[in-house]
Design a binder for this molecule. Structure first.
Ligand SMILES: Cc1cc2nc3c(=O)[nH]c(=O)nc-3n(C[C@H](O)[C@H](O)[C@H](O)COP(=O)(O)OP(=O)(O)OC[C@H]3O[C@@H](n4cnc5c(N)ncnc54)[C@H](O)[C@@H]3O)c2cc1C
Length: 379
C-alpha cells in the first residue's frame, strides 16, 4: 500500500479538478477538431509534463506520482479518447527523448513537448507486422549524411496532429531484434515523410490515428535516438511507461463508471424499488468495485517494482490483461445497469463500451500478454 504525501494528494486533486473543465467540450462525437480545442486547455494544466525534469519545463514527478495523478485525470475527464491522446503524447516522445536523447535533442524537443506546443506520436506497427512488430519492413539505410528511411507505419495515435514522431526502423538486416533496429526522431515537415488521413474507428474518437509513409526520407545522424541498434531497448522501456500510464487512466475511468452506476441504481426505480435493491444489480456493482481494486493493486504493484528498478515483465503483462479485461467487463455491466438509457448516446455510457474494447488490443494484445506470462513461466 503506497502512502501518498500531502503534495502528491494536492497535485492529484488539482489536476483532477482541472480535468472536469475538459468535459465542457465533450459531445460524445469528437474528432480531430475537438482534440485540438481540448489540447489548448490541457496545456494549461501541466499534466503533459508530469514525469519530465524541471530543466526542460517539466514537473519532475516520479512514475508513481505520475500514475496517481493520471488516475485522477482518467476519473474526471469524461472523454477517454482525449485521455488516450494525452497519455500517448507523454509516453511516445517525452519519455524516450528524456531517457535516451542526448543533451541537444532534449533541449530541442522536450520544452515544446512538455508545454504541449508540440504534440508527440510514435510509430512501430505496420500493415504486415502488428503483434510481430520486429518483423517490420521499414528500414533506415546509412549513407554519408545519416540515414535514408523507407517504408510505412499504421495505427499511429496522434499521428494526424503530431509535430514530433519517434519512428522505429530496421538498420541492420543481419542483426536480430537486439541490435538490428533503431529509433529516430522526425519532425512532421521532413521531406519524403507523408502523414495519412485520420482512420475511422469504433471508439476513442478524440484520439485520432493514421498511417505514415516514408519515401527516401533523408535523416541526419542527429535524428538517431540513443545508439544505432538500440531500438528494441528503447521501445521496451517505452512500453512499460505506456502500459502503466494508459491503463491507470482506465482505472480512473472505471472509478467514474462505478460512481455513476451507484448513483443511477439508487435513483432508478422499477417494481416500486430502486434497482440497487435487486441483487442482480448490486452484485454487478460489487464486481465493478472488485475490478477497480484488483486492477489498481496489480498496476501499482508493477509500477512500484519498476520504480525500484526490478524486472516487471510478468507483473506488467498481468496488470495489462487484468485492467483491460476488467475495463471491458465494467463498461458492459454499466451499460446493462443503465438499461435502454445506457444504449443511448446521451447517457454517456455506451461510449465506454466502444472505447474499452481497444484496450485489449493496443500496447500488446491480451493474447500476446498471455504469451509473455507463459514464456516467463518457462512454457
Ligand atoms: C486504438 C489503437 C491505438 C494504437 N496506437 C498505436 C500507436 O500509437 N503506434 C503504433 O505503432 N501502433 C499502435 N496501435 C497498433 C497496435 O499496437 C496493434 O494493433 C497491436 O499490436 C496488434 O497488432 P495487429 O492489430 O496488427 O493485430 P495482429 O498482430 O494481426 O493480431 C491479430 C490477432 O491475432 C492474435 N495473435 C497474433 N499473434 C499471436 C500469437 N503469437 N499468439 C496468439 N495470438 C496472436 C492477436 O492477439 C490478435 O487477436 C494502436 C492500435 C489501436 C487499436
Amino acid at each position: 500500500m503506497i502512502k501518498w504525501t500531502e503534495d502528491q494528494i494536492e497535485l492529484r486533486n488539482s489536476i483532477g479538478e482541472w480535468a472536469t473543465k475538459l468535459n465542457d467540450d465533450f459531445d460524445g462525437q469528437n474528432d480531430r477538431a475537438t482534440l485540438l480545442k481540448m489540447w489548448k486547455l490541457v496545456r494549461e494544466m501541466g499534466v503533459l509534463s508530469l514525469p519530465i525534469k524541471k530543466e526542460y519545463g517539466g514537473l519532475e514527478q516520479d512514475v508513481l506520482t505520475t500514475l496517481y495523478v493520471l488516475e485522477a485525470f482518467g476519473k474526471h475527464c469524461e472523454d477517454s479518447g482525449f485521455s488516450f491522446a494525452v497519455s500517448s503524447h507523454i509516453v511516445s516522445t517525452c519519455i524516450p527523448i528524456q531517457k535516451f536523447g542526448n543533451e541537444e535533442q532534449k533541449n530541442k524537443y522536450l520544452p515544446d513537448l512538455c508545454s504541449g506546443k508540440k504534440i508527440g506520436a510514435h510509430a512501430i506497427s505496420e500493415p504486415e507486422s502488428g503483434s510481430d512488430a520486429w518483423n517490420m519492413i521499414t528500414n533506415a539505410i546509412r549513407n554519408e549524411e545519416g540515414y535514408v528511411l523507407n517504408g510505412n507505419k499504421t495505427f499511429v495515435s496522434n499521428g494526424p496532429v503530431a509535430d514530433t514522431f519517434i519512428v522505429y526502423a530496421r538498420t541492420n538486416k543481419n542483426a536480430g531484434v537486439l541490435g538490428g533496429y533503431s529509433a529516430f526522431i522526425l519532425d512532421k515537415d521532413t521531406p519524403g515523410f507523408t502523414v495519412g488521413q485520420p482512420m475511422k474507428k469504433m471508439g476513442l474518437n478524440t484520439s485520432v490515428l493514421c498511417d505514415l509513409f516514408f519515401d527516401d526520407c533523408q535523416l541526419s545522424r542527429a535524428q538517431l535516438l540513443g545508439k544505432e541498434g538500440q531500438g528494441f531497448s528503447i521501445f521496451n522501456y517505452v512500453m512499460k511507461w505506456e502500459v502503466l500510464c494508459s491503463f491507470v487512466i482506465n482505472i480512473g475511468e472505471m472509478e467514474h463508471l462505478l460512481a455513476k452506476c451507484i448513483e443511477y441504481s439508487k435513483s432508478r426505480k422499477q417494481y416500486g424499488e430502486p434497482i440497487c435493491k435487486f441483487q442482480a444489480i448490486s452484485h454487478k456493482i460489487a464486481d465493478m468495485k472488485i475490478a477497480v481494486e484488483v486492477s489498481r493493486s496489480m498496476l501499482y504493484k508493477a509500477a512500484l517494482a519498476f520504480h525500484q528498478g526490478n524486472n516487471i515483465t510478468t507483473d506488467l503483462a498481468i496488470a495489462k490483461v487484468v485492467t483491460s479485461e476488467n475495463y471491458v467487463k465494467t463498461s458492459l455491466d454499466a451499460l446493462q445497469i443503465f438499461g435502454g438509457h445506457g444504449y443511448m448516446q446521451e447517457s454517456g455510457i455506451e461510449k465506454y463500451v466502444r472505447n474499452s474494447v481497444a484496450s485489449k488490443i493496443y500496447s500488446g494484445t491480451s493474447e500476446i500478454q498471455r504469451n509473455t506470462i507463459a514464456s516467463m513461466l518457462g512454457l
